[in-house]
Design a protein around this ligand. Structure first.
Ligand code: CA
Length: 703
C-alpha cells in the first residue's frame, strides 16, 4: 500500500513534460495524443494522427470548454499539451497553464513587458507560444528576454536578455524550439533598425552556445563567421546610409524546423531594412542572407546552406512563413524535402540536405517575378516591380501571399493546406530618407502612397481589397488541388488530421472543418471573434479535443481598414478566448457584450489647411501602421476619430509624454515635436469631423 502511494506521490510531483526531451519530440508520433512542439513535430507538419474526430462525425463537434483570456490584442499561439497539461501564451508574452481536460487554470505567469514596447512591435504585441523540455517551458518576451519557467508552477528558473543592442528596436514574438539540448530563438525588428540573428542557449544553464547573424556587420571589422564574410560581397558598402548602422534587417522572427538525422536547424529570414534596397545597398546586390531559408548545423551554429527566395528584396518579402519538412515521392524517388511558401507568392520544394531547388511555382497572384529559373534557382524579375525611379504596384501585398499563419501538410492526402491571400501593394521611394533610431525606417513614402490611394478612392476606383483562401497544394505536381474562399483576407493558420479533416478559421470568427481531399466544408461554428491562430488537437482520457485561440490582430489586424459594406466591426474588436472542442460538446458560444464608445462630437476645428496637410504627411509617416490609413481603424487599436472627447485635449500628454504607455501607446518625443503633434491632431480632427458628418465613406483595401 505504502509503495503504491509513494509511486502515485512521485508521479504527481513530476512536472508536466518531465519526460519531454529532443528524443521525445523527434518521435512525437509515439505520443499522438500530445502536442510537444510548436508544429507538433520537428518537421512542423501540423498534422495530428488522431482519428476519433473524423469526416463522418465532425458534425457533432461542439465546445467542451472555453477560457477567457481577457485580452484585446491578437492571439497567435499554438497550445502545447504534455501529460494532460496545456500551455498557451497571450499578448504581452503572458503564459497560462491549464488542465487540458477541464480547462481549470493551474497557474499564470506575467513577465511584465513594459507597455511602451508596443511602439517597437511592428505587427502587434503578440506571442506564438512556448517550447517544453524536461519539465520546463521557454518563452520569448516582447522586450527580448528568454525565460525558463517551471512547467509545474510557472516560477522562473532563469532569464537571459537576447538583445545585444538596446539602441535599436528588437522584439520577440516567435516560439522557441529546443534542439540538441539548446533552446533557440530569433527576433523581430526589420521594419525598425534591427540586425537579425538567431541565438542558441544551453537549455539547462541558459549559457549562450552560439549566435548566427543573418546579415553582415561593420565591414571595417572582421565578420563573425565565414558565411558573413561571403555575404558582405553581396552588399554595397558605399551608400550614404550604412546598412550596418541602420541594422540591415533579416530578422528571423518566426519559422524554425529541425531534421535530427541531418542535425540541421532550418529557419526563415526577414526583409531588408530599410525595405527600399536603394537606400541600404544603392548599387544593388542580393543582400545575403535576407529573405532566405537557412540551414544551420544545430550543434555549432555554422551555416550549412542557404536558399534566398527574394534576392535584393525591396518589397518586405520576409521568408519567415513556416518551413515544413516531409518525405515526398518525386519522379519515382523518395526525396527528403523542405517546403516553404513565403510572402513572395512562390511555393518552394528544396532538397533539405543540400538546399538545391527541386521546384517552385506561383501559388497566388504574383507580378514581381515571372517565375523561378530552374537552373539558377533565382527569380526572373519583372523590371517594373522595382520603384527606384517610379511608383510600382506589386502583387503580393506587403503582408504577403502567405504570412506567419502556418500551413499544414497532410501525409495521407499528400497536400499542403495554405492560408493564402491575394492582394497588391503600392510602392513609392522616399525621396528624403532620414534614419530615425528605433522608428520605422522603410525608405518608402507612405504619405505619398496614401495620397495615391485617396485619389483612387475619390475617383471611384479604389484598389481592389485583398482576399483570403485556403489553398490545397500538391507539392509534387506544384498544382492546386482545391481552394475555398475565406471571410476577410487575414485569416487563421491551419491544422490537418488523420480523421481526413482540415481546420481553419477566418477574420469574421467562423471556425470551419473541411474534407481534406475535396475542400468540402462539413462543419462550421461562429466564435464571435476573428481568428488568426492555428488549431491543434490532442487526447486526454480517451477523448480527442481540438483547441484554438480566437482573437484577431497581428500585422493585418492592428488597423484594419473600415469598410461600411462589411459587418466586420462586430468581431474585429475582439474578446480573446481559448475554445476547446469535442464530439458532443454542448457549450454555447456566448455573444460578445457591446463594445466601443459611440462617436462623440469632436471639438471645433481651428487649424489652417497647411497645418492639416502637414499633419496628413506626418500621420502617414509615423502613425499609420497601428492606427490605419486616414486615421481609420476597425482593428484592435483605437480608431482615433472615435475617441472620447477628453482625448482631444491630451494629445501632448499622450504622444509626447507617454501618458498611455502602459497600454502600448509609447511616447514619440524622440521623433515628433510639439508642432508636429499639433499638426497630427489637426489632421485627425479633420477626419473625425468628416466621420461625424457622415461624409466620409471609404471603401478600400484591407491593410
Ligand atoms: Ca517585414
Amino acid at each position: 500500500m505504502l509503495g503504491a502511494a509513494l509511486v502515485v506521490g512521485i508521479s504527481r510531483a513530476a512536472p508536466p513534460g518531465a519526460d519531454v526531451d529532443g528524443g521525445a519530440i523527434a518521435h512525437a508520433d509515439a505520443r499522438p495524443g500530445e502536442w510537444l512542439s510548436h508544429g507538433r513535430t520537428y518537421s512542423e507538419q501540423r498534422f495530428s494522427p488522431l482519428t476519433q474526430i473524423n469526416t463522418s462525425n465532425v458534425k457533432d463537434l461542439g465546445v467542451a470548454w472555453e477560457y477567457r483570456t481577457y485580452s484585446v490584442r491578437g492571439l497567435e499561439a499554438t497550445p502545447i499539451v504534455a501529460n494532460g497539461t496545456m500551455f498557451i501564451t497571450l499578448p504581452w508574452s503572458k503564459v497560462i497553464a491549464l488542465d487540458a481536460k477541464s480547462g481549470r487554470e493551474l497557474w499564470t505567469y506575467d513577465p511584465h513587458v513594459p507597455g511602451a514596447m508596443g511602439r517597437y512591435a511592428c505587427c502587434d504585441v503578440v506571442n506564438r507560444g512556448v517550447a517544453i523540455w524536461r519539465g520546463a517551458l521557454f518563452v520569448g518576451t516582447l522586450d527580448g528576454r528568454l525565460i525558463k519557467l517551471d512547467a509545474a508552477t510557472g516560477k522562473p528558473f532563469w532569464t537571459v536578455d537576447t538583445i545585444e543592442n538596446k539602441n535599436h528596436a528588437y522584439t520577440i514574438t516567435g516560439a522557441p524550439r529546443v534542439v540538441d539540448g539548446l533552446v533557440v530563438i530569433g527576433n523581430g525588428g526589420a521594419e525598425y533598425d534591427a540586425r537579425g540573428y538567431v541565438t542558441a542557449y544551453d537549455a539547462t544553464s541558459g549559457k549562450l552556445a552560439w549566435r548566427f547573424y543573418v546579415v553582415p556587420g561593420d565591414p571595417s571589422k572582421p565578420q563573425e563567421n565565414p558565411a558573413l564574410s561571403a555575404a558582405l560581397k553581396t552588399w554595397d558598402t558605399g551608400g550614404k546610409y550604412k546598412f550596418w548602422t541602420i541594422g540591415g534587417g533579416g530578422a528571423p522572427w518566426n519559422s524554425m524546423a529541425f531534421d535530427p538525422a541531418l542535425d540541421l536547424l532550418y529557419f526563415g529570414t526577414g526583409n531588408g531594412n530599410p525595405w527600399n534596397r536603394d537606400i541600404r545597398s544603392p548599387k544593388g546586390g542580393d543582400n545575403l542572407y535576407l529573405s532566405s531559408v537557412l540551414a544551420i548545423h544545430a550543434k555549432t551554429g555554422q551555416l550549412a546552406w542557404y536558399y534566398q527566395t527574394t534576392p535584393g528584396d525591396t518589397w518586405d518579402f520576409d521568408s519567415t512563413a513556416d518551413v515544413v519538412l516531409a518525405d515526398l515521392n518525386i519522379g519515382g524517388q523518395l526525396r527528403h524535402v523542405l517546403m516553404h511558401a513565403p510572402k513572395n507568392g512562390f511555393f518552394y520544394v528544396l532538397d533539405r540536405a543540400t538546399g538545391k531547388l527541386i521546384s517552385a511555382q506561383k501559388f497566388g497572384i504574383v507580378t514581381w517575378a515571372k517565375g523561378i529559373d530552374p537552373k539558377t534557382g533565382k527569380p526572373i524579375e519583372n523590371p517594373d516591380a522595382r520603384y527606384s525611379s517610379k511608383m510600382a504596384v506589386v502583387y503580393p501585398q506587403t503582408v504577403g501571399a502567405h504570412n506567419w499563419q502556418p500551413m499544414s501538410f497532410d501525409p495521407q492526402t499528400g497536400l499542403v493546406y495554405i492560408p493564402a491571400m491575394d492582394g497588391s501593394a503600392i510602392f513609392i521611394a522616399e525621396k528624403n530618407f532620414r534614419y530615425r533610431p528605433k522608428a520605422w525606417n522603410l525608405g518608402v513614402d507612405f504619405a505619398g502612397l496614401s495620397q495615391v490611394v485617396l485619389d483612387l478612392i475619390k475617383k471611384g476606383t479604389p484598389p481592389p481589397p485583398a482576399v483570403g483562401y485556403i489553398k490545397a497544394w500538391n507539392p509534387v505536381s506544384q498544382k492546386e488541388a482545391w481552394q475555398v474562399p475565406m471571410g476577410g483576407s487575414w485569416n487563421s493558420g491551419l491544422l490537418s488530421t488523420a480523421g481526413g479533416l482540415v481546420f481553419g478559421g477566418d477574420a469574421y470568427g467562423m471556425f470551419n472543418a473541411y474534407e481534406a481531399k475535396t475542400g468540402a466544408k462539413i462543419w462550421s461554428i461562429d466564435l464571435k471573434t476573428g481568428i488568426l491562430a492555428p488549431a491543434m488537437s490532442y487526447m486526454v482520457g480517451g477523448q480527442q479535443y481540438v483547441a484554438l485561440l480566437a482573437g484577431w490582430g497581428g500585422a493585418g489586424g492592428l488597423a484594419a481598414f473600415r469598410d461600411p459594406k462589411t459587418a466586420l466591426s462586430k468581431y474585429q474588436t475582439n474578446q480573446g478566448r481559448l475554445f476547446v472542442f469535442k464530439l458532443g460538446g454542448r457549450k454555447q458560444v456566448a455573444a460578445l457584450s457591446p463594445e466601443g464608445v459611440p462617436p462623440s462630437e469632436p471639438p471645433p476645428e481651428t487649424a489652417d489647411a497647411t497645418t492639416i496637410q502637414k499633419g496628413f504627411l506626418l500621420y502617414h509617416h509615423t502613425c499609420l501602421v497601428c492606427h490605419g490609413f486616414f486615421a481609420q481603424s476597425e482593428g484592435e487599436v483605437p480608431d482615433l476619430r472615435l475617441v472620447p472627447t477628453d482625448i482631444w485635449g491630451q494629445y501632448g500628454n499622450i504622444v509626447l509624454d507617454g501618458a498611455l504607455a502602459d497600454g502600448g501607446m509609447a511616447s514619440f518625443r524622440d521623433i515628433l515635436s510639439k508642432d508636429d503633434v499639433t499638426a497630427i491632431r489637426a489632421y485627425v480632427l479633420q477626419q473625425a469631423h468628416l466621420a461625424w458628418a457622415g461624409q466620409h465613406k471609404p471603401p478600400g483595401p484591407k491593410h
